[in-house]
Design a protein around this ligand. Structure first.
Ligand code: PRX
Length: 649
């Protein structure tokens, strides 16, 4: 496997970057030559057809392919016996599983047939709710093989969240497990699915894989066992199953939906399509990490998030890489687990989140004792701004100052990395994501949408937008294109607005400072303040609430909730209990990841005369900045602020 599009020098980066902006169609068409197409050209329309007003983005529409043939089939002759996935179980004493490209291909073909046998067709939505086991990859690729649209839901979301997503996606099929192991916990996935399905009349079939052997209810006519279904296929078709053609997809056919939080309303289903996403994940994987065939790549994300989609499943497999997949958590059985894994599997690239680094840092040096990390060549971070202290710790103690660190900035909506240094090729700068990838044209704008041209100290500062489409950009939000337009393309004319603020230095490096909208980033998990408020407001006795983020040493951001209870439900001696009820309610409605870190009961929220909550003040109080709250003269009742500051009523 060679990568003709791999950038090998700073000079080449600049040449390719320029080319990609001057002639995007030509540039990406060249990259596309490295893939297998059923029909590459002529495209029915243009190579790239776009506008950011509707918005409409189409790359290579009319070209035909199946992404799983690119992930699997085309590697069989050359690297069929190379490990595609090395799976490290939650329990370090359980056996490691290694799936070669041949084995993974066979499993995907068999499971694709299971899906067909169960009535799943091209375009159908299949919800996947599983733990981090190889069968999750098989389920994802099985869907892609038959053209079904997968929608993976992270195992930390509640039944209610699943029900909302099933409804929104009009999903008729679910793939799940009896349970999932995560550290010392077993998560009863099937039982959560059962709760999500109460009253649901749309879902026709639930395929259940056995992992934890937790007793589960199995409803006749709806629920089937994964193992039985695969056995049926193997017995009836034998090797013939490998010859069933994969579904032919258009370049612009949807590949998957992934729900993500925004500043308003319920999470929306970000839609990615086939060819553009394929090009983008491969190109960024190979270039940012400077992947070399044979290297072991370890991405610690969960496949329930975009990082796992792009850099555990698609990017690595498309590049014929060996990917390490880990079922458990970094701190179990102890805080040396990542380092054990690096040592045991001779990991070459480690890609993780600042929140994990900060958490592991807090355990000191002990967990690193006797761990051989000398196989590491490249380190990566993703998901939130990395503070300099964590960056230096990662560099010194994990990379031993020999490994370039790539700080990769991107989003669910972008499909893959947009701004990052390229390991060892373009320079790193602690806590700066640095330069845009080829195809990416970032610009910083002020409130009015004008490009920022004046320096503040040594850098420009503004809201980060992108002015042209790269192949991996989202195409729509499922079932509601207008919401896509409103959310991303209406704030500034002809620009995709990221929701992030950023600095840019005079060399063109970017530093992402964090969200400027009402989106929280808690331990790298994205949540909307409105979403958390809605969950809190569903608790009996709550009149209203306001949620803001505040700096949290380990999580990056913590959730601070101001809650107004009605008089009858407010008994100070019960405050602790009421807080527990509130946490249980939020867990039930969204999931444990959305539980507020701090709850303050207040008698009223600071509002303007027109009824708008003044979040600025709430943010400052949450940050502990009680002085300089700014202008409070427009408040309906300024006394409310004093009460909030005192922290009691
Ligand atoms: O605020 C940015 C932050 O994560 C947001 C996107 O979250 P999500 O869609 O869940 O995707 C996370 C994984 C790609 C962004 O708007 N973010 C992501 N990477 C970085 C980052 N902030 C700073 N530096 C990064 N490297």
């Amino acid at each position: 496997m060679s990568y003709p599009f791999q950038i090998k020098s700073l000079e080449q980066y600049h040449i390719d970057y320029k080319k990609s902006l001057e002639d995007p169609e030509g540039f990406w068409s060249g990259v596309a030559d490295s893939f297998e197409w059923r029909k590459k050209q002529p495209f029915s329309k243009k190579g790239l057809d776009w506008n950011f007003t509707e918005p409409s983005v189409k790359w290579f529409e009319g070209a035909k392919l199946n992404i799983t043939e690119n992930c699997l089939d085309r590697h069989l002759d050359s690297i069929g016996d190379r490990p595609a996935i090395i799976w490290e179980p939650n329990d370090p004493n359980e056996k490691v599983r290694t799936l070669t490209y041949k084995v993974l291909h066979k499993k995907v073909c068999e499971f694709a047939q299971v899906l067909r046998n169960n009535g799943v067709k091209k375009g159908d939505r299949v919800c996947i709710y599983m733990g981090m086991i190889p069968e999750l990859v098989v389920a994802v690729l099985g869907c892609a093989r038959i053209g079904a649209i997968h929608s993976v839901i992270f195992g930390g979301f509640s039944a209610q969240s699943i029900a909302d997503r099933l409804y929104d996606a009009e999903a008729e099929y679910i793939i799940t497990c009896d349970g999932a192991f995560r550290g010392a916990k077993d998560i009863p996935l099937k039982s959560i699915i059962d709760d999500a399905l109460i009253g649901n009349r749309t879902v026709k079939r639930v395929i259940v894989h056995t992992r934890t052997r937790t007793p589960v209810s199995m409803i006749k006519g709806r629920d089937v066992w994964w193992r039985d279904e695969v056995e049926d296929v193997v017995e009836s078709m034998h090797e013939e199953v490998l010859k069933v053609p994969a579904e032919e997809m258009d370049a612009e056919d949807p590949l998957f939906i992934l729900y993500t939080s925004g500043s308003t309303g319920k999470p929306k289903g970000v839609v990615h399509t086939t060819a553009g996403y394929m090009l983008w994940t491969t190109y960024t994987f190979v270039n940012v990490f400077q992947y070399n065939p044979g290297d072991v790549f370890f991405c610690t994300a969960d496949i329930g998030w975009i990082t796992g989609h792009s850099y555990i499943v698609y990017g690595p497999l498309l590049a014929g890489a060996t990917c390490l997949m880990f079922e458990g958590i970094p701190t179990w059985p102890d805080a040396g687990r990542f380092w054990d894994i690096v040592d045991k599997h001779k990991v070459n690239t480690l890609y993780t989140a600042p929140t994990a680094i900060r958490s592991l840092m807090s355990y000191g040096m002990d967990p690193l004792k006797d761990k051989d990390l000398s196989s590491l060549k490249v380190l990566g971070t993703v998901g939130e701004p990395i503070n300099e202290e964590a960056w230096h710790w990662y560099d010194e103690h994990i990379g031993k100052k020999k490994c370039p660190i790539v700080d990769t900035w991107w989003q669910t909506e972008t499909g893959g990395i947009l701004i990052s240094n390229l390991a060892g090729v373009t320079p790193a700068k602690p806590s700066w994501a640095t330069l845009p990838l080829p195809g990416v044209k970032p610009v910083l704008v002020d409130e009015k949408g004008e490009e920022v041209t004046e320096l503040t100290d040594t850098h420009y500062s503004g809201n980060l937008c992108l002015t042209m489409p790269w192949p991996g950009i989202l195409r729509t939000t499922w079932g509601d294109h207008e919401r896509c337009r409103q959310t991303y393309f209406s704030t500034y004319e002809n620009k995709y607005f990221t929701g992030d603020g950023a600095f840019k230095d005079e060399e063109g490096n970017f530093r992402i400072t964090g969200r400027v909208d009402d989106v929280l980033n808690v331990s790298g998990h994205r949540l909307g303040t409105a979403e958390v408020e809605n969950a809190i407001n569903m608790m009996a006795g709550v009149v209203e609430s306001a949620v803001v983020g505040y700096p949290h040493e380990l999580k990056g951001q913590g959730i601070y909730a101001y809650v107004v209870l009605d008089g009858r439900n407010r008994h100070e001696e019960d405050d602790q209990l009421t807080k527990q009820d509130l946490l249980a309610t939020v867990s039930r409605i969204i999931g444990p990841i959305a539980k507020p870190d701090k709850i303050q009961f207040v008698s009223a929220l600071p509002k303007t005369r027109s009824g708008k909550i003044m979040r600025r003040i709430l943010r400052k109080v949450a940050e502990g900045e009680l002085e300089n709250l700014g202008d409070t003269s427009t408040l309906l009742d300024p006394a409310v602020v004093d009460e909030i500051k005192e922290g009691k009523i």
